[in-house]
Design a protein around this ligand. Sequence first.
Ligand code: 6PG
Length: 482
Amino acid sequence: MKGDIGVIGLAVMGQNLILNMNDHGYKVVAHNRTAEKVDEFLQGPAKGTNIVGAYSLQELVDKLESPRKIMLMVRAGDVVDSFIDKLVPLLDKGDIIIDGGNTNFPDTNRRVAALKEKGIHFIGSGVSGGEEGARFGPSIMPGGSPEAWPFVKPIFQAISAKTENDEPCCDWVGNDGAGHFVKMVHNGIEYGDMQLITEAYQFMKDGLGMTHDEMQSVFIEWNKTELNSYLVEITSDILGYKDTDGETLVEKILDTAGQKGTGKWTGINALDMGIPLTLITESVFARCLSSLKDQRVEAEELFGKKESIVEGDKQVWIEALRQALLASKIISYAQGFMLMREASNENGWDLNYGNVALMWRGGCIIRSAFLSNIRDAYDIDPELSFLGSDSYFKGILENSMSAWRKVAAKSMEVGIPMPSMTSALTFLDGYTTARLPANLLQAQRDYFGAHTYERVDKPKGEFFHTNWTGKGGDVSSTTYNS
Ligand code: 6PG
């Protein structure tokens, strides 16, 4: 009997996905560039299963049922192209290559188009959930050649995480790089969620002077509220984790955040598409700022930074902080969905936002109860332009407003940096302001560069120039918007 699917790349994610597929009754052919890895896997975790090995790409191809489905679980970038180049001459028309790495979506767009010319189908799929997700149920976000989906769907939906209603956290996202785009936004939101949690932690630790046990209890309680999520849950575990000497481990970890680039890509795409994705972008910058450790140490000394003590009833502050975190989270997701909406329109992907929320409901790093409410919001209005306008989320934003402002104002007053929570509030203030000061900005542009402006008392699309000083000419520059 030939194999149902081949997987290339036996690092931990690849191995775990294979074992997961095997558990669901699929016969998997495993290949790795170094042959010893194949042996180690077959004699180790894959021992006693139906998994078979392949020591060359030819052997892999020969061992697969047609149309062949070959999933690459290798490092994103050139390695993917190099495997594609080697595989294509060995494949038949109608065969399917799947890239399950964290690929930047323009690469997937390019690969789908290039392989289409050769009659090979290509799927670029986000896979989220880390090692455990891969082993027992990840969130899977596939996009690319739609013709390939019916062949891959049963396997992916079998191995994916399931919601509480047993729905698979995997569905077809859209053409071209849509799957990898959605995974990128998932990661951007992941950056935002993590940053918001760290801001709450710093407010509690530095501002309220709370112990780790106290903070752990707060996160345990928060996890029973609308904030229920994997990231809040692991935060409570982390805060309670003691090093071998009995001290809290988290305080021994150097405060410089790493990043592999998906958050940055999300920010870059937001700038390219003109979407005010402020919270995620602030979260990326917060990681950048954290990495300037030496400069920060010097600057603290130079500026003689004082302790940032927050006075008042601790319990009242903790509840205010919870509301501020929840409201900011709504803004983050609202912005992320705005970005996906713009990308869907620009690329003709026809994204189904309720389905995206469903795919993120389980298995992935941002999995949370909250995503069920997002799905409900898009069920009610599939074209919702701002998540915060949905009645459920609007109610939370309105009810949290006062607490959110207090937390933001206090953080500014005492000097606790909360770039994501405060920028989220500023975004909402801007978004809910019918008239912003951009009229003055337009006047400035026209003053110094004759960039023209539109008038409130004339139809849109009619452009005017004023000779503000009486000295310049009446010639305006051509109007275009980037
Ligand atoms: C996931 C994660 C994963 C990502 C890590 C690290 O969905 O399972 O998003 O894909 O690689 O979270 O990302 P950073 O190194 O950029 O923090």
